[in-house]
Design a binder for this molecule. Structure first.
Ligand code: MN
Length: 259
């Protein structure tokens, strides 16, 4: 140890100990002798880059726009944000077809800003949590609304309503340093050229730093995690053949078709 600033270094380490960044060396896992073919790592394109963003997990917040909570007959509990998850391999890339899912007759769209994390940590304050944001995109939190209604009525979990195959179309991501995102940024969705959902990010009940801070009290967040930040009012059904065009205006766009 040749560093003469040990006390300062320890102080800095204490201040940062809740933040974790991925360490190099993970590639060595590729040499592992798996019993079956290892699944591919889901990933998203990055606007302005040839590199891709590897997706680790997909977290979602529920009831984060008051008007949407009202249209669902729910109330917003500001003190207790509500979260659920989707599998990482539910992600569908921009431009790809979305197969109409099995076991539903009521597939709903929920357009949402998606935040991609470049670092992790647990029990973070809002200011620390803000530093985790690597980039932004727009996505659809596709929902089997009929199964969700049944789950709510029975007090069952939402997994089958939310975490099904192909349930998370997401745009290419724009790195945070190249994205202008503020309370005036518009989030919108058209289906077959007709407007369905539109809001500004200022209408969110919990802003991004507070969503991430709250999530980090439940999970140790990690680089690669995506967070769907809630949908505004106007959710409605998608049918086979419908074409959707979602936009976080000036930041990211997502198009696709239900087949
Ligand atoms: Mn949602």
């Amino acid at each position: 140890m040749t560093n003469g600033n040990a006390p300062n270094r320890h102080a800095a380490a204490a201040g940062l100990r809740r933040l974790s960044r991925p360490k190099p060396g993970f590639a060595t896992l590729a040499a592992m002798n798996y019993a079956i073919a290892a699944p591919a790592i889901p990933s998203l394109p990055i606007i302005g880059s040839d590199r891709r963003f590897p997706v680790r997990r997909v977290f979602c917040i529920g009831r984060n726009y008051a008007e949407h909570a009202r249209e669902m007959g729910a109330t917003v509990d500001k003190s207790a944000p509500m979260f659920f998850c989707k599998p990482a391999d539910a992600v569908v890339a921009d431009g790809a077809d979305v197969p109409y899912p099995q076991a539903t007759a009521e597939l709903h769209h929920e357009v949402e800003m998606v935040v991609a994390l470049g670092a992790g940590g647990r029990d973070l304050g809002a200011e620390q949590a803000k530093a985790l944001v690597w980039g932004y995109g727009v996505g659809l939190d596709l929902t089997r609304r009929d199964l969700q209604a049944q789950a709510k009525a029975k007090g069952h979990p939402w997994d089958v309503a939310k975490g099904f195959d192909h349930s998370a179309p997401v745009s290419a991501l724009r790195p945070a340093g190249a994205a202008m995102v503020d309370a005036h940024t518009v989030l919108r969705l058209d289906v077959n050229g007709e407007p369905r959902q539109r809001a500004t990010l200022g209408e969110m009940v919990h802003d991004v730093p507070h969503i991430l801070a709250a999530l980090s009290t439940l999970f140790e967040l990690k680089a690669g995690d995506l967070v769907f930040t809630g949908t505004p009012a106007g959710v409605a059904a998608l049918q086979r053949g419908d074409r959707f065009h979602a936009e976080l205006v000036g930041v990211a766009e997502l198009q696709g078709r239900v087949v």
